[in-house]
Unconditional design. Structure first.
Length: 722
């Protein structure tokens, strides 16, 4: 009897010891994983780090891991790795999925973005609104780390990509560089698409535990590599329309073209005033014109006349709703996708020569030094005397005789005075190098040519800037009672000091100095821009300087424009291609008629939409340029080029090819002369053995080794490793 009691006691004691040991290891494991939050360890690593040095102890560790996982205090990440479930702060933000290995969650109001590894993204995709759990605070300039715990709202369900057909199923390989997973498509959901077609695919489900979402083809754009299919793919990728519905075209076609005498009587008549347009040689729409009157005594009246789109596109009409939805025209390499149908953009609202046209006008009585003495704003009617291409006007500026030569040269001289006044006040002189392509009939690029901006371009720009600034000032200083009037402004915030510091270090690698201690940062920036003009690094430094600046936006808040050094600025001069200009015309007329202030909230929402659509349009334009650059370089595989290091990451070195302004990448894994480590603080790679440093601004000889049109990538390698 006593032996039985003793046996039971020994069993209870043994169970208690076992339980105590498991609790001991549970505490040890929690301490290990919580103190290394965000890291994952194997069972073997955990056993070693918790001192489980024998078979029995390791069994306790296994038991403890099972208990902790059941208690939801740790989790298995896959392949036998365990990590802590740390109850960190929950925040809401948008996914910025920068590469296949990790992304960031951008949280409004937070200084630092939250870094999330791809395994902790779950099924979140770029642009999604998500709830993120922060499990590791940022230290020493590093981003805090976290994991996505919930997808609140998908940013999109449709993607553009190339169809890769297998025997029993297919995948769509997305064009979007921030979409890091292919989309599985059952053969019954292809809608007739064939291998290597460019398609739009809609995600319909994403089963738990599956690597790829499941989708269905909703539209076939054409064969991959076909120019039209690729341009339509880019538009679809950024959610931009590439054609008008028939009802929109019909509404535009029904607008009468006749200008009645009653309409002319309501306007200021400029038809007998010398007026001309200056545009690109291949332009189809002319939305601005200049008029010129010599008043004597060194005074001139110069008119800036803008197509009166708001006369034809009335509020809440079908055309107005379509224009608002698009918000901007889109300019791809080989085509323009207009904001307004052709009946408006190329006909009624195009200030063609020798035809009466309705305008919204701003006139300035000013002297040869660009001092404005008197301004007038209102609706007008013009009759353009001549249509100049920029090249024609430039020839007159450079001394060639011709019709209106005196007027053009006088306008150019005044424009230079206006430009100097802006610079004296602190405007920044950005002259970015843009490229254009020589294309064959099929849209294939035969050459890459830098665009050259001459005095004729700059002359038009100065008078457009003058009109935009003056309209903004006119409304800002006009009040209704004691209240400011609601208006649409174009604002540009001051640059972030940290970004300026980074840019300054980058410029220093080329031997240039940006004086950050200057009382006038804009003046210091201009000094740097003058210093780099004509040098190989000009394009890289100017592009980076622009990225250093804040982004210009539309808003009803009457803030200033840092880059232009204007206290108040708007967009008045391009209503054919920008919806904010249409809003500005309507609001200006409203206030010229002394009406009440417009509803601020309504216009602020419209401003936000316009800013977003402008961003998408810009990205689509850049994507089309990048596609053509990759397509062009595809014919130069195996050739050597001189390049400049434009970016350094832990996975690759970005190189801008000097001759073509095309950017490619050397993968770190392809640098075979040494093992390179990434120095994030100084944005450089350092060879472990040879101590070679590859950093921003280095000039390197590179070879084009491969191109990927789907991802718009150019892969390079070093020609030599000296």
């Amino acid at each position: 009897m006593s032996r039985k009691r003793k046996g039971k006691s020994n069993k209870r004691s043994k169970k208690k010891r076992t339980k105590d040991n498991i609790e001991f290891y549970k505490n040890k494991i929690l301490q290990l994983l919580n103190s290394n939050s965000g890291k994952a360890f194997t069972e073997k690593q955990i056993a070693r780090k918790t001192g489980a040095d024998n078979k029995k102890a390791r069994a306790m560790v296994v038991h403890a891991l099972v208990d902790l996982e059941l208690d939801e205090k740790i989790r298995e990440t896959g392949k036998g790795y365990y990590t802590s479930i740390f109850e960190g702060e929950l925040l809401t933000g948008k996914v910025d999925f920068v590469n296949p290995r990790f992304g960031f969650i951008v949280v409004e109001g937070e200084d630092d973005d939250i870094k999330v590894s791809s395994r902790d993204m779950g099924q979140a995709l770029d642009g999604d609104e998500v709830e993120v759990q922060v499990f590791k605070e940022g230290v020493d300039g590093r981003n805090p780390e976290g994991r996505v715990v919930q997808i609140i709202k998908r940013s999109r369900m449709e993607f553009v990509g190339r169809l890769d057909m297998g025997d029993r199923f297919a995948f769509v390989i997305p064009d979007n560089k921030r979409m890091h997973t292919d989309i599985f498509v059952h053969k019954g959901k292809l809608k007739g698409a064939r291998d290597n077609d460019k398609v739009i695919v809609r995600i319909v489900s994403w089963p738990e535990g599956e690597k790829s979402p499941i989708g269905e083809v909703v539209n076939i754009l054409g064969k991959a590599g076909d120019n039209t299919a690729e341009m339509h793919s880019i538009m679809a990728e950024f959610g931009l329309p590439f054609e008008f519905e028939e009802k929109i075209i019909e509404a535009a076609d029904k607008i009468p073209g006749e200008i009645t005498n009653d309409e002319i009587a309501r306007r200021r008549d400029f038809r007998d005033t010398t007026t001309f347009t200056i545009d690109p040689a291949d332009a189809k729409d002319f939305d601005d014109a200049l008029s010129f009157v010599d008043l004597g005594n060194g005074m001139f009246e110069i008119g800036v006349h803008i197509a009166d789109v708001s006369h034809y596109v009335t509020p809440d009409s079908i055309l107005d709703k379509e224009a608002f939805s698009r918000a901007t025209s889109v300019y791809l390499v080989d085509r323009t996708i207009p904001m307004l149908p052709e009946r408006l953009s190329n006909d009624l609202c195009s200030l063609r020569p020798n035809e009466d046209r309705l305008t919204f006008s701003a006139t300035f009585k000013m002297n040869a030094e660009g001092d404005v003495k008197e301004k007038w704003f209102g609706r007008g009617v013009i009759h353009s005397d001549k249509r100049f291409a920029y090249e024609d006007a430039q020839e007159l500026i450079e001394g060639k005789d011709g019709e209106f030569a005196h007027e053009v040269r006088t306008l150019n001289n005044i424009a230079k005075e206006l430009k100097q006044k802006r610079y004296n006040k602190g405007a920044i002189n950005f002259e970015t190098v843009e490229v254009k392509f020589k294309l064959d009939e099929e849209g294939k690029p035969l050459g890459v040519i830098p665009k050259v901006r001459k005095d004729a371009h700059k002359m038009i720009e100065e008078f457009m800037l003058l009109a935009n600034k003056s309209v903004a000032e006119k409304v800002y200083h006009k009040k209704k009672g004691n209240d400011k009037l609601t208006f649409v402004y174009r604002t540009h915030d001051n640059p972030d000091p940290d970004r300026l510091e980074t840019f300054s270090k980058f410029a220093g690698r080329f031997g240039h100095k940006l004086n950050l201690n200057s009382d006038n940062i804009a003046k210091a920036m201009n000094s740097l821009m003058d210093d780099i003009e004509g040098k190989p690094e000009q394009n890289i430094l100017e592009s980076l300087a622009i990225r250093t600046m804040a982004k210009a936006i539309y808003t009803t808040e009457p803030k200033g424009h840092f880059g232009l050094a204007f206290d108040h600025y708007t967009h008045f001069t391009s209503p054919i291609r920008r919806y904010p200009d249409v809003m500005v015309h309507r609001l200006l007329q409203r206030y010229l008629d002394d009406q009440e202030s417009a509803e601020k909230g309504l216009y602020e929402n419209r401003c936000r939409h316009s800013s977003e659509m402008e961003r998408r349009s810009t990205e689509a334009e850049r994507a089309s340029i990048k596609y053509k650059q990759v397509e062009y370089m595809s014919d130069h595989i195996g050739e050597d080029f001189e390049g400049i290091v434009s970016g350094v990451t832990d996975w690759g070195v970005y190189i801008e090819i000097v001759d073509t302004a095309c950017e490619g990448m050397i993968r770190v894994s392809d640098l075979e002369d040494d093992y390179y480590e990434f120095d994030e603080k100084n944005m450089r790679l350092i060879g472990q053995r040879n101590k070679r440093i590859i950093t921003l601004g280095d000039k390197l000889q590179v070879k084009v080794v491969r191109t990927d049109l789907d991802k718009r990538n150019i892969d390079l390698e070093l020609v030599n490793n000296d």
